[in-house]
Write a protein that binds this ligand. Structure first.
Ligand code: CA
Length: 147
């Protein structure tokens, strides 16, 4: 009797394990963004920067995946938004962050950063923030949030 019950429990646990495994290749990735030392935007004020996020995977081409608000007159913007992505390794997701200076007539690009999400996840196993260079226009940081 006890033996049978034990086998049933064991089978149940094994089935639950299998289910967890098939869902387990999807990871929720939550990021937030900031930049430092932005420069070269406006003659009389600091940058008014916002970020457009594009993403692509094996199954779709570049598409809009979010946008921050504009941080007015600030060369060290810390954008308050959090962005959540469902990441599956086989989908080979990429991000592109376009950092843009908001202007009255035309928005001016500050810089663009391309990120292979798998490389970002590997890099953020030890530290939670990765720095990207904006080619002399400052530094752009992607912070992986865990809390
Ligand atoms: Ca501006």
């Amino acid at each position: 009797m006890h033996g049978k019950l034990f086998m049933c429990l064991l089978l149940g646990v094994t089935l639950l394990d299998k289910r967890a495994e098939s869902q387990g290749d999807q990871t929720e990735v939550i990021i937030s963004l900031f930049a430092t030392d932005l420069n070269g935007c406006d003659a009389l004020s600091a940058c008014d920067a916002f970020v457009k996020i594009l993403c692509s995977t094996a199954s779709y081409d570049w598409r809009n995946c979010g946008q921050t608000r504009e941080m007015t007159d600030d060369n060290f913007p810390v954008w308050p938004e959090r962005f959540t992505f469902q990441y599956t390794q086989s989908e080979r997701m990429r991000w592109r962050f376009d950092v843009i200076d908001k202007d009255v007539l035309f928005d001016d690009p500050i810089g663009s950063v391309s990120v292979v999400v798998e490389e970002f996840l590997n890099a953020t196993e030890v530290q939670s923030t990765v720095r990207y260079d904006l080619n002399g226009r400052g530094s752009f940081f992607v912070h992986r949030r865990r809390l």
